[in-house]
Design a protein around this ligand. Structure first.
Ligand code: UD1
Ligand code: MG
Length: 469
């Protein structure tokens, strides 16, 4: 958009969050509030985007420079208020004389189209300022739009409003477009004489109107687009709304979602068509799911790459890759660095970490697989432990392709089992097993005849043993 600069306000402390984390770094749908706003601001392709910071400045500067390197940062001084924040940003816009859009770091759902429409209206009507308003059932906390017989007069903040003004349902969204030069001049006239002792940006609106300038409020009908987040109740309400919008969009794109109310999908997730999500599925981060895969119920995936026609049932997985046709769960704990090959299986009550399991290989039951590679087509017996930790260091276990390891094995790493080798049930494998060998380490079993009858006289076991004799 030509001749447009964008200012994003993010210097406030967000005291109502009661949090050690600055308000705008709280997340909804996998992205920080500020991230939602800066992503939108960045896709307007404005002349410049300036974020205003102060509270937890360093943390926020690091965040902005890491994820939005095209965004510049301005620092607000000790004078509080949204008006003062805008002044700080205007210092970085010296010499710029177009339109300035002001967005709030705590209004995350505002979209590019709404901002484009606002700028369009502003320019078409030849306004010096245009703001966004909406009508709310519960306007408490917001600045109210004051009108006289429909004519815009100004904005009054919740804390400064009279009881009659508290009845006004039309609220200020905190999103504006101003003529840059007039904004600069007007802010110089704004004081801090109000209930909060702050320099309000909203006072500019009344000043411009009094000065005979053309100002209008663009009322939008979808109040969620301009919902501001000031406390944790609003945080969860806005997240629930965003989540239901994300779900609807995926449904329209060909994803079956059985129970939207219990399904959570981050904005960063991607899904192919004919994916099915069963109740209680939560997809986070850069998780991607391929065509025809069925996920859930009760499954959380974070940064997991899932191929096509995969089945994942009741699992918790992070930073893993599951290839086409593989099968996971029920009740699997998949930790970072796990890779399951095509048509492979990680079965019931299995935990894996930093484990590469080859195509068609199976770990079907009750096992821990840590720091291991398992070759193509190998089968790991039920109840196997890969003992990877000697108390100081971690070591790897390698199982060859088409190996068959017995139930109840312990692999004491570092150790290797060759291709096509077998291990017997109940073995503790401490030495490498060569390809094609059978490893077993039986200690001879001793049965002490009559032990129970002698040592547990009168017990139910002794009785049963006596009856059988
Ligand atoms: C503000 C508006 C209110 C509007 C509401 C919409 C003012 C005075 N009031 O109120 O009319 O209805 O937003 O959500 O503008 N910030 C700074 N520096 C400061 C103070 C705040 O950068 O000194 C930033 C905050 O980080 C936040 C944004 O400005 O991102 C809004 O501040 P907040 O304190 O939430 O204002 P509201 O009370 O919500
Ligand atoms: Mg706010």
């Amino acid at each position: 958009m030509s001749n447009l600069a964008v200012i994003v306000l993010a210097a406030g402390e967000g005291t109502r969050m009661k949090s050690a984390t600055p308000k705008v770094l709280h997340r909804i749908s996998g992205l920080e509030l500020l991230g939602h706003v800066l992503s939108t601001a960045s896709s307007i392709s404005a002349h410049k985007v300036v974020a205003v910071l102060r509270h937890e400045r360093e943390r926020l500067e690091n965040y902005v420079s890491a994820f939005y390197p095209n965004v510049q940062t301005a620092i607000q001084d000790e004078i509080p208020g949204t008006g003062r924040a805008v002044e700080a940003a205007l210092e970085l816009l010296e010499g710029f004389s177009g339109d300035v859009a002001v967005l709030s770091g705590d209004v995350p759902l505002l979209d590019v189209e709404s901002i484009a429409t606002l700028v369009e209206i502003h320019r078409e009507q030849g306004n010096q300022a245009t703001l966004v308003s909406t009508v709310l059932d519960n306007p408490h906390g917001y600045g109210r739009i004051v009108r006289d017989r429909g004519e815009l007069l100004g904005i009054v903040e919740q804390k400064d409003a009279t009881p009659e003004q508290h009845q006004i349902a039309e609220v200020n969204a905190g999103v504006y477009v101003f003529d840059a030069e007039l904004l600069r001049q007007s802010l110089q006239q704004v004081g801090t004489n109000n209930s909060q002792g702050e320099k309000y940006l909203t006072d500019v609106v009344g000043l411009l109107i009094q000065g005979g300038h053309k100002v209008s409020a663009h009322q939008i009908t979808d109040p969620w687009l301009v919902a501001g987040i000031n406390d944790r109740v609003q945080l969860s309400e806005v997240e629930a709304e965003l989540n239901s919008r994300i779900i609807r969009a995926w449904q329209m794109a060909g994803v079956t979602i059985k129970e939207p109310a219990s399904t959570w999908i981050d904005v960063t997730v991607s899904l192919a068509k004919d994916v099915t999500l069963l109740p209680g599925t939560r997809l986070h981060g850069f998780t991607a799911v391929g065509e025809g895969s069925v996920i859930g119920p009760d499954t959380s995936l974070t940064d997991v790459e899932v191929g096509e026609n995969v089945r994942i049932n009741r699992a918790d997985a992070t930073s893993a890759k599951i290839h086409d046709g593989a099968n996971v769960g029920p009740f699997a704990f998949i930790r970072p660095g796990t890779e399951l090959g095509a048509d492979g299986k990680i079965g019931a009550f299995v935990e894996t970490k930093n484990a590469q399991i080859g195509p068609g290989a199976k770990v079907p039951h009750l096992s821990y697989v840590g720091d291991a590679s398992i070759g193509e087509g190998a089968n790991i017996g039920a109840g196997t432990i890969f003992a990877n930790y000697d108390g100081v260091n971690k070591h790897r276990t390698e199982i060859g392709k088409q190996a068959r390891t017995g139930s109840g094995n312990v692999f004491v790493a570092p150790v290797k089992v060759g291709d096509g080798a077998y291990t017997a049930a109940g073995s503790t494998i401490r030495r490498d097993v060569e390809s094609g060998a059978l490893a077993l380490n039986p200690s001879a079993q001793k049965n002490l005849a009559g032990w129970v009858i002698q040592n547990r006289p009168g017990s139910k076991s002794a009785q049963a043993a006596t009856d059988t004799e």
